[in-house]
Ligand binder design. Structure first.
Ligand SMILES: [Zn+2]
Length: 127
């Protein structure tokens, strides 16, 4: 697990890469973003750079925000225990499905999806 600071640097790097994809390569603006990416990347420990590169090669971010009760990377629903860990703002966890880092966002999760109430079989038979 990386420090919160490292993960925030990864988030910055991801947003710079996203910005770069929207620019024409070789343009002055793109070169500026590329320089910012080099400076940002240099702040990361080598292991975090390697981790990031594994996703960047495939054009994917290394850190995503939570999307409802799912991972924004793989779109699979997260277990309730994992969601509980993301309750506090600014928390990071690793997605148990795709191993990407998930960020809880600026605000605490207002509501963790509660399991739907199930009517027991006995109760249905009694109706
Ligand atoms: Zn995932």
């Amino acid at each position: 697990m990386y420090t919160t600071e490292t993960l925030n640097v990864l988030r910055t790097l991801n947003s710079l890469e996203k910005e770069l994809r929207g620019l024409s390569s070789g343009s002055e603006e793109a070169q500026l973003i590329e320089r910012q990416m080099l400076v940002t990347s240099a702040q990361l420990p080598t292991s975090a750079q390697s981790f990031h590169d594994q996703f960047a090669i495939r054009g994917k971010p290394s850190v995503v925000s939570i999307a409802g009760s799912s991972c924004a990377g793989c779109h699979l629903k997260l277990p309730s225990g994992t969601l509980g860990e993301l309750r506090a703002p600014g928390r990071f966890i690793v997605c148990p499905h795709c191993c990407i880092y998930i960020w809880s966002g600026e605000n605490a999760l207002e509501e963790i999806a509660a399991p739907k109430k199930r009517i027991s079989r006995k109760r249905i038979l009694a109706l």
